[in-house]
Design a protein around this ligand. Sequence first.
Ligand code: NAD
Length: 335
Amino acid sequence: MHRVTLIPGDGIGPEVAEAARRVLDASGAEIEWIRVEAGEAMLERYGTPLPDSVLEAIRETKVALKGPITTPVGEGFRSVNVQLRQALDLYANVRPARSFEGIPSRYSGVDIVIFRENTEDLYAGIEHRIGDWAAESIKLITRQASERIARAAFQYARREGRRKVTIGHKANIMKFTDGLFLETARAVAAEYPDITCDDVIVDALCMRLVMKPEQFDLLLLPNLYGDIISDLCAGLVGGLGVAPGANIGDEMAVFEAVHGSAPKLAGQNKVNPTAMILSGAMLLRHLGEAEAARRVEEAVRRVLAARERVTYDLGGTATTSEMADAVIAALEEMG
Ligand code: NAD
């Protein structure tokens, strides 16, 4: 029996988290869920969107499945998602982008994994106003954080049979910060001669991704570029509704969809649960439940390919819970 923290989140979070929980419970893996609340409702009740109980539960179970959480724009509210990643030192944000048959998209055959550094860069939150006329944000890149994300990417590439790692950067302009990221990643690459490594300037990377995404295998990126490029890659394979992700550290891991809380769509039982379900499959693999993970992915693949019981964003009319039911039915059919 695995113990896993479940954070439903807010907005569409509770709907997609519930869909994923039901699918994981039907996957064959035995999971005891420890349910904790974070997000807007907690802010109203306790004055913080991230109560200590959430961090304590994750520290205890080591693994969590998390729905998206709203971050109001502007002052006075630091992103819960960023806080969580920093507090638990979840330094690797892993986001696969894979084409599925049945998902309307401009491309086919895309299979890219993004490794995004998750703790520093412009997301470190070191920023301030300078009087009334300016504001300043510090882009912090350290050798230690660059080295561990690079090592995580190369180890993953070796373990999962990926052949090429492409480092994205802007070291031609930001010679010190991106320069350090690039230099450090190249030094790690030298320890993995079996894996090809190249690098590309991030603007050129955007162009090449939309022209020939099949050129890429694994992308290694600092935090900000990684965030932007992962939405771009989600768009290559059919949108945010199908893009899963994980935040992984040496001791703990939090699995969540790339998409946010889409507040306008909340409470309508309408959005696509696939991204959360596939994040759940990544969680199963992390727990060592490779067979259950493979079964969940295969069940999702069947439901998408049949195109009958899919949500509106994929051209269907199914609700969130009906699509989850379809995935569970496919699991049962597989025996
Ligand atoms: P979003 O991802 O919530 O939504 C953007 C659009 O994508 C939606 O309007 C919808 O059209 C589509 N979409 C997203 N998820 C979908 C799904 N499952 N099925 C179908 N369509 C889907 O992005 P946003 O509007 O920029 O952000 C809303 C809030 O979410 C913000 O407060 C933001 O800070 C937060 N956010 C949280 C996380 C997280 O918890 N990890 C990540 C990103 C954004």
